[in-house]
Design a protein around this ligand. Structure first.
Ligand SMILES: [Zn+2]
Length: 172
C-alpha cells in the first residue's frame, strides 16, 4: 500500500522517521496508545455539529451560518479527502445565497478528539481562506496551536486505520 504518498510534502529526514514508524505495526500502535489513549465521544452528527459550531462561534464569529455538519462515507482517502467544506450557491428569488456544508470522513467517528479537532478546524478555516495558503494555516494554528503536529498525526492515523490496527472502537 502506498502510504508514503500521504507524507510526500514533509522534509526528507522526517519522511524517513515516518517510514520507520509506519513499517512497524507495534511501534505505530504504541505511538497512538501513548499519545492518544482515548477516543472522542462525538458519535452522532448532532454532537459533531455542536462541537464544530462551538469552534465557529469562538473563532469565526462573522461567517455565514453552517447549514449542515455530519459524518460521511468518503470513498477516496488516497486523495486525503478526509473532510470537505462545500459551498452551494442557490438562487433564492433575486438573491444568490451560499449554503455551507461540512462533511467529516466516517473513519473519524472512532478517533482521538485531537485528530477530529484538527480536521474540523481545517474545514472551518475554509470559511475565510479558500486555498491552503499561509493565512489559512495561521488561522488553523490560531484555533488549535498544535495544528501542524495534529495534521501529521491525522495522516498517521489513516495508516493505522488502513492497516486495521485502530483500537478506537465506538461505544455501542
Ligand atoms: Zn482544505
Amino acid at each position: 500500500m502506498a502510504f508514503h504518498s500521504y507524507f510526500l510534502h514533509y522534509p526528507e529526514n522526517l519522511q524517513q522517521q515516518i517510514q520507520q514508524l509506519i513499517a512497524d505495526d507495534e511501534r505505530l500502535t504504541q505511538y497512538f496508545q501513548n499519545k492518544y489513549p482515548e477516543p472522542h465521544d462525538l458519535r452522532s452528527d448532532k454532537q459533531l455539529a455542536d462541537y464544530t459550531n462551538g469552534f465557529k462561534q469562538r473563532y469565526l464569529k462573522n461567517t455565514p451560518r453552517l447549514d449542515s455538519v455530519g459524518y460521511k462515507k468518503q470513498a477516496d482517502l488516497v486523495k486525503n479527502a478526509l473532510g470537505t467544506h462545500t459551498f452551494q450557491r442557490q438562487q433564492h428569488g433575486g438573491k444568490l445565497k451560499a449554503k455551507h456544508h461540512i462533511a467529516i470522513a466516517n473513519q473519524l467517528r472512532a478517533a482521538p478528539e485531537a485528530l477530529l479537532r484538527c480536521l474540523v478546524v481545517h474545514e472551518l478555516a475554509h470559511f475565510k481562506e479558500y486555498d491552503h495558503n499561509k493565512a489559512f494555516y495561521q488561522l488553523c494554528c490560531h484555533m488549535t496551536p498544535d495544528y501542524h503536529q495534529l495534521e501529521l498525526d491525522l495522516r498517521l492515523f489513516l495508516v493505522l486505520e488502513q492497516k486495521a490496527l485502530s483500537f478506537y472502537q465506538p461505544e455501542v
